[in-house]
Write a protein that binds this ligand. Structure first.
Ligand SMILES: CC(C)(COP(=O)(O)OP(=O)(O)OC[C@H]1O[C@@H](n2cnc3c(N)ncnc32)[C@H](O)[C@@H]1OP(=O)(O)O)[C@@H](O)C(=O)NCCC(=O)NCCS
Length: 171
């Protein structure tokens, strides 16, 4: 399997369970299951939220998702709610592709900054987000169920490059 066999697409209703189970097992482990299938369905249906999946074309069966990301879009800010890649598919650039797709969408939508929280002891994700241009801002003690601290991170989004209007009327 190479990263080239992976395609990104918007999530559809039938992806909700697989996404929810990835959130439970890969992100929320030990914290309880907040992002269950109902909540993920809500995100998929919400017009202000993008739910993106990385689909492994080599595995035809439904649920053959290599990863996913959910981002809520506001006027100026966007919030990365969840992002995960299956352990079997990590370090192949899939997380980067998911995030860059969302960054590009945010740029096009005029968003100026991206925000996220992660479990403060999640060293792999910290390294990933730093590599993706995020900076750490504050530590929020007890953010997760009063038990675990969160680290907030931010990435500014540059404006789209303006293409000069070069057309001249014929003389
Ligand atoms: C964090 C996560 C999404 C990264 O996904 P991924 O597809 O493996 O990441 P990529 O392959 O795109 O990595 C891009 C870069 O991030 C950095 N990086 C990614 N994982 C890393 C790790 N475990 N340790 C150090 N750096 C890491 C590297 O610089 C990497 O580039 P390189 O492979 O060329 O060195 C994945 O580890 C994951 O799903 N973790 C569990 C869920 C989670 O913690 N989600 C985030 C909180 S919501």
């Amino acid at each position: 399997m190479t990263a080239h066999a992976i395609t990104l697409r918007l999530a559809v209703t039938r992806d909700a369970r697989a996404i929810a189970e990835m959130s439970r097992d890969l992100i929320e482990s030990g914290l309880g299951w907040k992002y269950d299938a109902g909540r993920i369905l809500h995100a998929i249906d919400d017009r202000e939220t993008v739910t993106l999946v990385a689909s492994d074309e080599g595995r035809r069966s439904l649920g053959a998702l290599a990863g996913f990301a959910i981002m809520e879009f506001g006027e100026d800010r966007a919030h990365l709610v969840l992002l995960a890649v299956r352990p079997t598919h990590r370090r192949r650039g899939i997380g980067r592709r998911l995030l860059e797709w969302l960054v590009q969408s945010a740029r096009t939508a005029g968003v100026r900054s991206l925000h996220l929280e992660l479990r403060a002891n999640n060293e792999a994700a910290r390294a990933f987000y730093r590599a993706m241009g995020f900076s750490e801002t504050i530590l929020v003690p007890g953010y997760y169920r009063g038990r675990e601290s969160a680290l907030r991170m931010i990435r500014m989004v540059s404006k789209p490059v303006e293409v000069p209007f070069l057309w001249q009327p014929p003389k």
